[in-house]
Design a binder for this molecule. Structure first.
Ligand code: AGP
Length: 609
């Protein structure tokens, strides 16, 4: 969580940094601040609330400075407040730092600094210890002081440091929190993520763990933990700044919902040859590899986990191999049975989710082969995997994940089809039927999006409810979980998803007159069973919105309102059925006046445990 930006050059550092922070607001947005070098001193300005507060507060400052660092925060230690906001400084305010991550031994370090060195702390943050450590070790050499401070720290950190006594330098360090360096002409940048830099540069260094970067306006040097200089290839960003803009839509979430046909088209077609065969390009999963695996483990968090639920279903069906699935935060603490015959699939949009990354490392240590499904090129998950199956969603900015989810689903189908066909256990007629169905999805999705008006009308009827249940069977159950997560995270409605057949084992006790139930009934072979489940909740007074394939009109007898998706093979419905649920959540949140792209308490990239 949190976003950092730093600049050194002849430009206006405060404007450049604030502009960059706005592009990172998705990483956290409860407070923000900047530290700017000016006339031999470092000035720090930091405020609780959105970056707009910071921007307004410094609008008339005229820093005229080309050196600074900035931060947008998602609170971990200490509530959002002016004093807990970053940057933090040492006692004489000669050093300022910004930090993304968590210092695990900060209590110990804080007590030591107070006891042995009489340091007085002003904030409740873990970060402040870093500023004091660097201050303590500073003896005319900032790089040396940073190395000594880092030696004492345990945890995850991407940090940016400036010092009034060495204003020609900006220093950054990375361990388990993302950090990139932007290479300009007569200026250089640091940031937690590429979009913060796109207005200025396309040439990037991706910084690795335990590396320290020393930036001056004309030079960037990267050093490893042993203080040896390391060389890095320049990464050239191919997508443009517009991809990270709203483009006339009211919210990034809505824009990203509408980008799904394109994302799915790209994710599918970049992997297909002219005969409809899946090409893996950079991925080296051979027939021998696949025959060696006796198990697949899928691990992810949140929405990505829901893509994994569909992945489990489809890989077991098409590739005939047992698939276990777990949320990453649970996987790593239960000594899972993983060995060198396990294919471990990590799914992550950002590629920086700490739980997923830690689970991946755990599986790697146990000998598993790591395949990740990732959206962000060069992210930690991507770099630490043996192979990466990229989603072609483009940058996803809204906290609520939409296009990353459907493109992750597409990857799951492709991986399952590849595994089944390469192992020779999937009939090739069946294979091609699936490919044909997948090829039709982008156009069918456009039809789903044409129903946005109908979904808005439904939202108007229900947006004041405070409790919603999602039910479904089979693949619909996985999408119920995703629909429910989407609704609760952006509208704050208490929503709950359950496999429809499970209702009668307890949860049905909560259904009463007027309870809202969203019933997914897109699976032909389970359709009648779902109609019975709808009847059960209706009999107890529920108001039901049904979701079914076109043609399955019987649902109109049971449900109060129905949303249809185009007819398709049962197995590929998740690619379509989730989209009306995304639109429903979006519209409900909008009618409730919620801050859709930046829901409370959340951040896009969850880099804490
Ligand atoms: C989705 O809407 C969420 N905000 C969240 O559940 C997200 O999917 C999860 O944190 C995983 O993120 P990742 O895909 O970047 O790893």
């Amino acid at each position: 969580m949190c976003g950092i930006v730093g600049y050194i050059g002849d430009g206006n550092a405060s404007d450049i940094i604030i502009e960059g922070l706005k592009k990172l607001e998705y990483r956290g947005y409860d407070s923000s601040g900047i530290a700017i070098y000016k006339n031999g001193k470092i000035e720090v300005h930091k405020y609780k609330g959105r970056i707009a507060n910071l921007e307004a507060a410094v609008a008339n400052e005229h820093f005229n400075s080309g050196v600074g660092i900035g931060h947008t925060r998602w609170a971990t230690h200490g509530a959002p407040s002016d004093v807990n906001a970053h940057p933090h400084s040492n006692t004489d305010h000669s050093i300022a730092i910004v930090h993304n991550g968590i210092i695990e031994n900060y209590v110990e370090l804080r007590e030591w600094l107070i006891r042995e060195h009489g340091i007085v702390f002003v904030s409740e943050t873990d970060t402040e210890v870093i500023a004091h450590l660097i201050g303590l070790y500073y003896d005319g050499d900032l790089v040396d002081a940073v190395y000594k401070a880092v030696d004492k720290m345990r945890g995850a950190y991407g940090i940016g440091v400036i010092c009034s006594k060495e204003p020609d330098k900006l220093i950054a360090v990375r361990k388990d929190s993302p950090l990139v360096v932007g290479l300009g002409e007569g200026c250089n940048f640091i940031a937690s993520d590429i979009p913060a830099l796109l207005k200025h540069v396309r040439s990037i260094y991706l910084i690795e763990n335990n590396e320290t970067v020393v930036l001056t306006k004309n030079d960037v040097k990267i050093y490893n933990a042993d203080r040896k200089e390391v060389k890095r290839d320049v990464f050239h960003v191919t997508w443009d700044e517009d991809a990270a803009e709203k483009d006339g839509y009211d919210h990034f979430m809505l824009k990203e919902i509408y980008e799904q046909p394109k994302g799915l088209y790209e994710t599918l077609n970049r992997r297909l040859d002219e005969n409809g065969m899946i090409k893996l390009d950079g991925i080296s999963l051979t027939k021998e590899d696949l025959e060696k695996f006796n198990k697949v483990y899928i691990v992810a968090c949140g929405t990505a986990y829901h893509a994994g639920l569909v992945g489990k279903y489809i890989i077991e069906k098409l590739a005939k191999i047992p698939v276990e699935i777990d949320v990453a935060s649970e996987f790593r603490y239960r000594d899972p049975f993983v060995d060198d015959r396990t294919l471990f699939i990590a799914i992550s949009q950002s590629g920086e989710t700490l739980d997923t990354l830690a689970a991946l490392r755990e599986a790697k240590n146990k000998g598993a082969r790591i395949l990740s499904v990732c959206n962000v090129v060069g992210s930690s998950v991507a770099r630490e995997s043996d192979d990466v199956f990229y989603t072609w969603a483009g940058p996803e900015i809204a906290v609520a994940s939409t296009k990353a989810f459907t493109t992750q689903l597409m990857c799951m189908y492709l991986i399952a089809l590849y595994m089944g066909s390469t192992k020779g256990i999937l009939d090739m007629d069946v294979y091609h039927r699936y490919i044909d169905e997948l090829k039709q999805i982008p156009d069918k999705l456009k039809k789903v999006l044409e129903q946005a008006g109908n979904v808005m009308e439904i939202a108007k009827d229900f947006y004041k409810r405070e409790q919603v249940f999602f039910i479904g069977r089979g693949l619909d159950s996985a999408i119920s979980f995703e629909g429910s997560l989407k609704l609760k995270e952006i509208s704050y409605i208490n929503s709950f998803a359950i496999a429809a057949g499970e209702l009668k084992h307890g949860t049905i006790a909560l259904i009463e007159q007027g309870t809202m139930v969203i019933a997914l009934a897109t699976q032909d072979r389970l359709f009648e069973k779902m109609l019975s489940n709808i009847q059960e909740v209706k009999a107890r007074g529920a108001t039901v919105i049904g979701l079914a394939k076109e043609g399955n009109v019987d649902i109109e007898q049971q449900a109060n309102k129905v949303i249809y998706i185009p007819d398709c093979m049962d197995e590929v419905t998740p690619l379509l059925s989730v989209v009306p649920l995304q639109l429903l959540s979006y519209n409900i949140a909008k009618l409730r006046g919620c801050d859709i792209d930046k829901p409370k308490n959340l951040a896009k990239s969850v880099t804490v445990e």
